[in-house]
Design a protein around this ligand. Structure first.
Ligand SMILES: [Fe+2]
Length: 135
């Protein structure tokens, strides 16, 4: 599985949000590397903790922008964020229960989030802000 890499097509034209998306890419790369070397058990707890901090800041930031500029897709978008937080909580509980294969599943979940949400849904508000001249 090859981790995603940053490219300008991922940009939402808001520097602080682009930076946060890069942080997620870095976390995914770190998790993938740990999986390859078999060191994933040591780092998965930290990755989950960092993800918890990350989503709180990142989702609030995106939702602040969408609220400020009355993005019509806000409700559906925020619901996806909520679902992510819920799934992450399940991963955390599984981690605490010491369930096996967790790191690979978490990486797969983040990859699909990246492809579907960041490459898909985040681009919807990006285009909206661009069209309206907000960015
Ligand atoms: Fe988002």
């Amino acid at each position: 599985m090859a981790t995603v890499q940053w490219s300008d097509t991922l940009s939402v034209n808001i520097p602080e949000i682009d930076l946060q998306h890069r942080q997620l890419i870095n976390l995914m790369a770190e998790l993938e590397k740990a999986l390859e070397t078999g060191a994933d058990k040591e780092i998965i707890g930290r990755v989950i903790r960092e993800l918890n901090t990350y989503v709180r800041e990142h989702f609030s930031e995106e939702e602040r922008w969408m609220t400020r500029y009355e993005f019509p897709g806000l409700k559906g978008h925020a619901a996806q964020h909520e679902k992510f937080v819920e799934t992450l909580l399940h991963f955390e509980l599984d981690y605490l229960a010491d369930r096996k294969e967790l790191s690979a599943e978490l990486l797969a979940f983040l990859m699909s989030w990246f492809t579907e949400h960041i490459l898909g849904f985040d681009q919807h508000y990006a285009h909206f802000f661009l069209e309206k001249g907000y960015v």
